[in-house]
Design a binder for this molecule. Structure first.
Ligand code: NI
Ligand code: MN
Length: 227
């Protein structure tokens, strides 16, 4: 199957039978080259209710008659806008037609500014997706946490997508420690370089994380790897 990086924390996973997009922040992302209207997918996975993750989720779901998978609060919020949603929460898993999704903890926040003030959108999450014999862990936005060891022990990870941008999430050193905890086969940095506040060096991550046995893939925007 193929995994394509669309910038920030947005990835498109094509299993051959299904297409899943994670955290589709395309409109307003200075590094994205793909427009929301160009996305074809069956499911939209949203790790948490921040604009740079929820992004174009509703528009993409509407265009594709796709289902948004997220925590309950984000799912209710998106569902109120008339799209199909599947609410979940941390610790829970569900078998979808493409495979299994389990939500994990993430240490972060969530909420968006609207004309009616700040809307709180529940606990942020990470997502474990098991499909076609592969397990992909999208960490969402999070600080480092020791339970990553448990996540790696219980769910052998083929690909870990880890924020490395610092300031709002793990930086390079903590993300390298996350690779040690998770023991993935492949680790991919994300959530860096989009804005000045998160302008860390992915090659520094590759150097520090590379000692822990994983293959580190620094994916340019629009790059695809076969997993
Ligand atoms: Ni966030
Ligand atoms: Mn973010």
């Amino acid at each position: 199957m193929e995994l394509t990086y669309l910038g920030h924390s947005c990835f498109l996973l094509d299993t051959g039978a299904h297409r899943l997009i994670f955290d589709p922040f395309l409109s307003g992302n200075p590094k994205a080259t793909v427009a929301p209207d160009d996305i074809t997918c069956d499911y939209v996975l949203v790790t948490h209710g921040h604009g740079d993750h929820m992004g174009d989720a509703v528009a993409i779901a509407r265009n594709n008659d796709a289902t948004i998978i997220s925590n309950n609060e984000v799912a209710v919020y998106c569902g109120q806008q008339g799209v199909s949603v599947h609410p979940m929460h941390i610790g829970g898993a569900w078998n979808f037609p493409f495979g299994r999704v389990k939500l994990t903890i993430a240490h972060h926040g969530a909420g968006i500014e609207t004309d009616d003030g700040l809307i709180y959108l529940g606990n942020p999450t990470g997502m474990l997706v098991t499909t076609g014999g592969r397990t992909i862990y999208h960490a969402g936005d999070t600080g480092l946490f020791l339970d990553m060891k448990l996540i790696g022990e219980m769910h052998p990870i083929d690909v870990a997508l880890l924020p490395t941008g610092d300031n709002f999430t793990m930086g390079v050193d903590d993300a390298a420690k996350a690779v040690e905890f998770l023991q993935p086969k492949i680790a991919v940095p994300m959530h860096y370089g989009t804005f000045d506040l998160i302008d860390t060096d992915p090659l520094a991550f590759a150097e520090k994380a590379g000692v822990h046995g994983a293959r580190i893939e620094v994916m340019p925007v629009d790059a695809t790897i076969t997993i």
